[in-house]
Design a protein around this ligand. Structure first.
Ligand SMILES: [Mn+2]
Length: 273
């Protein structure tokens, strides 16, 4: 399957039922969309304009009850539908667990999918609080169907000793730098790429509005420099997760999230004809 530029379909997944500390990311899709209207269309960082980008909004997945597995299944089916229309999903979480059904659907279409996983947290536990399907286990669940050589984690600074041991053993962890990213892309060539952005990768001083803020982390400028390295990568799907509007008292986190969304649309979207 070729990875030519496609029309992007935005999909909201207002799901946060496994959040262990501060929930609220289910409110993020609506808030990010609203805030995007207040953000400039033009990105001086990428010298691109949202008004030139071919994208549409598919609304939110509607969850009928609190059944987690049913919710994940619904996300998978919806993303599958977007892919079958030859569009590129940009999925707004929600908590990080939503990445699991998204990548499951993406892998049905792109067997050799690689996952770029930007996060403060390893998410590599096999179980969290006795639960296999959790925001804290999602990277490990990805490894149930993709190989460790297909998962690239950047920005990680928090996890159990066992998670770090596991990650180092399998060579999953990379320092957050453009140089490391360039090295990875040089090594893997141009396979289909899924980019998962847990916004808590950013320093909590500039992004406090999230469930589990972790000290350290990257600046917005470092984030921009990093994604510029992805301009020619074969991006086929993306997700942006873990903004929690109830934790965002100044709205600055919402503006950051909407700006990240704008940048990803401009970076990965095709130009309107
Ligand atoms: Mn995280």
């Amino acid at each position: 399957v070729k990875t030519e530029m496609k029309k992007i379909a935005v999909l909201g997944c207002p799901f946060d039922s496994t959040s262990s500390y501060r929930s609220g990311s289910r409110f993020a899709p609506a808030v990010i969309r609203n805030t995007l209207r207040e953000v400039e269309d033009y990105s001086p960082h990428l010298d691109g304009d949202l008004r030139d980008i071919d994208y549409c909004d598919e609304g939110d997945v509607v969850f009928v009850n609190n059944d987690k597995e049913q919710a994940l299944d619904l996300i998978k089916k919806t993303v599958r539908g977007i892919l079958s229309e030859n569009k590129m999903p940009l999925v707004l979480g929600g908590e990080h667990l939503i990445t699991l059904p998204v990548v499951q659907a993406v892998r049905e279409k792109y067997k050799d999918i690689k996952v770029l996983y930007l996060d403060a947290h390893c998410d590599l536990r096999d179980e969290y609080l006795g639960v296999k399907l959790s925001h804290a286990t999602v990277a490990r669940r990805l490894l149930d169907f993709i190989s460790p050589g297909s998962l690239f984690q950047f920005g990680i600074r928090s996890g159990e000793r066992e998670e770090f041991r596991f990650a180092r053993k399998h060579g999953i962890l990379y320092d957050f730098s453009r140089k490391k990213l360039d090295g990875v892309l040089k090594k893997i060539g141009k396979p289909p790429l899924h980019i998962s952005i847990d916004l808590d990768i950013l320093n909590p001083a500039i992004f406090p509005g999230t469930g589990v803020p972790d000290p350290g982390g990257i600046s917005f400028d470092e984030f921009i420099e990093f994604i510029k390295g992805l301009k020619k990568a074969g991006i086929v799907a993306m997700d942006i997760v873990e903004l929690s509007p109830p934790c965002d008292h100044t709205e600055s986190s919402s503006f950051l999230a909407a700006t990240v969304m704008r940048e990803m649309l401009i970076l990965a979207g095709r130009r309107k004809k």
